[in-house]
Ligand binder design. Structure first.
Ligand SMILES: Cc1cc2nc3c(=O)[nH]c(=O)nc-3n(C[C@H](O)[C@H](O)[C@H](O)COP(=O)(O)OP(=O)(O)OC[C@H]3O[C@@H](n4cnc5c(N)ncnc54)[C@H](O)[C@@H]3O)c2cc1C
Length: 476
């Protein structure tokens, strides 16, 4: 995949001073949004993505304002053999929302959302974030499973699968997708659903950005308004005990209770007692969506699992829980991640967590262990492109810092931790947590679904035009 993400610049993109100005001018006449070239003010900001480690220089950034702009940008890049990157929320840590020497279609201006409370559905444009969607649906006491940080894009997260606080109860984000409008490599707009182009609909639910630009998504919503949840922190030294508790507790927990485990360093925040600042801790972060009167009883075992250093669980609006980590993870930090799925949490894996978890280097870095059970497992592994439906957990280890000079040490911590856990993992990793890890890793992640995805890629994108992603190569 390294070759895909750094595809050689084509003839059209090689001039030192960017693309031929006449070409850029012709594109500008076709676009209602903005076309930003390297010489334009705002280019430096426009080329950047969430991960500050990514330093790519596209020939143009097209801030699309509508579907027509997307079609114009796709056609422009396609006709000139330019690489094309699609940006939803720009959060992908592999930097898949940008490219060198090509065209970036930035959907960030396309955030329109229409909620239909009667059918409990929402139509969401391709550049909306989870904060945008949670805000729009919460007014009606509704929500759909999304990510844990509100600035993450609905687009990339959903197309890779997507999980969060509501997943045990209501499934992956892609499981709640009812339909999508997609601009394909040949510039057509297709509406896909279980009834229309069902093969493409299957591929979009986990296949990432491989099949086209999704200009809007239609989601199933669920009654979720005020929830009970938040983090409980324990001393890092109790990690093994808390993990054993978590493994057994979550396996028996009802779907309306979700929780994940993490290692963190306590941040110097006003709500954290000063004596904890800068100290490693482990935590369980819960979300209970059942009747509030039963919430305290449902989470009581979490409070009894160890020595509680800080208890921040309580009643709060779902969008507040879903943006709790935003301030800890602002854009522009350096990110290095590694991840895997876990069929089970073996005692040997718990021992590795207990060794490496307490070494988490700062309050932005983390290890999270998410449950992938409940509603996720009600869909067959070949029911959508997202294959790993038969695992229990997914873990991620993230080294994060504002200072590039600190990253070699953080990267070493991530790699050592991951290597210690990998022998006990299921083999593949969540596609949205992968960095630039090579084609075999992508194949492992899609397992038996890969050949079908490759055949669909050959049908819908035979030239691999959409290759700035965790790439599925066209069959043949
Ligand atoms: C702080 C943080 C928290 C996260 N939390 C979670 C979490 O709780 N759960 C979870 O499942 N994941 C989580 N993720 C991972 C997240 O799913 C990926 O980073 C995902 O790629 C983000 O989507 P995006 O639209 O913001 O990214 P982008 O960088 O914009 O895009 C990522 C990929 O998706 C494609 N893409 C994006 N939008 C579209 C579109 N509309 N049409 C076609 N292709 C598109 C892009 O081409 C690219 O290949 C988190 C990431 C971060 C940085």
């Amino acid at each position: 995949m390294a070759a895909e993400m750094t595809a050689p610049t084509t003839k059209a993109s090689m001039a030192d001073d960017g693309l031929d100005p006449a070409l850029v001018a012709s594109l500008r006449t076709a676009i209602r949004g903005e076309v930003i070239a390297p010489a334009d003010p705002g280019y430096e900001r426009a080329r950047k993505v969430y991960n500050g480690m990514i330093d790519r220089h596209p020939a143009l950034v097209v801030r699309a304002s509508d579907v027509a702009d997307v079609i114009a940008a796709v056609t422009f890049a396609g006709e000139r053999g330019l690489p094309l990157a699609v940006r939803g929320g720009g959060h992908n840590v592999a930097g898949l929302g940008t490219c060198d020497g090509g065209v970036v279609v930035d959907l960030g201006q396309m955030k329109g959302i229409r909620v239909d409370p009667a059918t409990r559905t929402a139509r969401v444009e391709g550049g909306a974030t989870w904060g945008d969607l949670d805000h729009a649906t919460h007014t009606f006491g509704l929500a759909t499973p999304g990510g844990l940080v509100s600035t993450t894009g609905v687009g990339g997260l959903t197309l890779g699968g997507g999980f969060g606080h509501l997943t045990r109860r209501y499934g992956l984000s892609c499981d709640n997708l009812l339909a999508a409008d997609v601009v394909t490599a040949d510039g057509r707009l297709l509406t896909v659903s279980a009834d229309e182009h069902p093969d493409l609909f299957w591929a979009l639910r986990g296949g990432g950005g491989n099949f086209g630009v999704v200009t809007s998504f239609e989601f199933q919503l669920h009654p979720v308004g005020t929830v009970y949840g938040g983090p409980v922190f324990y001393p890092a030294a109790e990690g093994a005990q808390i993990l054993r508790f978590f493994r057994d507790f979550i396996a028996e927990a009802p779907p309306e209770l979700s929780a994940f485990f993490g290692y963190h360093v306590a941040p110097p925040a006003p709500f954290v007692p000063e004596q904890l600042h800068g100290h490693a801790a482990c935590a369980i972060v819960a979300c209970y969506t059942g009747p509030l009167a039963q919430a305290e009883a449902a989470v009581a075992p979490i409070r009894a699992a160890g020595t509680v250093a800080l208890d921040l669980m309580g009643t709060l609006p779902y969008p507040a829980l879903n943006s709790l980590f935003d301030a800890l993870l602002p854009p522009g930090m350096q990110h290095y991640w590694k991840a895997d799925f876990d069929t089970e949490l073996a005692d040997e894996a718990i021992a590795a967590h207990a060794e490496y978890g307490p070494k988490v280097p700062n309050f932005m870095s983390l290890m999270h262990l998410y449950p992938l059970d409940g509603a996720v497992q009600r869909v067959a592994p070949d029911g959508t492109a997202f294959s790993y439906r038969d695992v229990s957990f997914c873990h991620i280890i993230a080294g994060v810092d504002p200072d590039p000079a600190a990253m070699p040490a953080h990267t070493a911590w991530v790699r050592d931790y991951w290597a210690a856990l990998h022998p006990y993992s299921a083999g593949g990793a969540y596609v949205n947590f992968l960095m630039d890890e090579g084609q075999e890793r992508v194949k492992t992640t899609y397992r038996d679904n890969y050949p079908r995805l490759a055949a669909l890629k050959a049908a819908y994108d035979p030239t691999n035009f959409f290759h700035v992603n965790q790439n599925i190569r066209p069959a043949g």
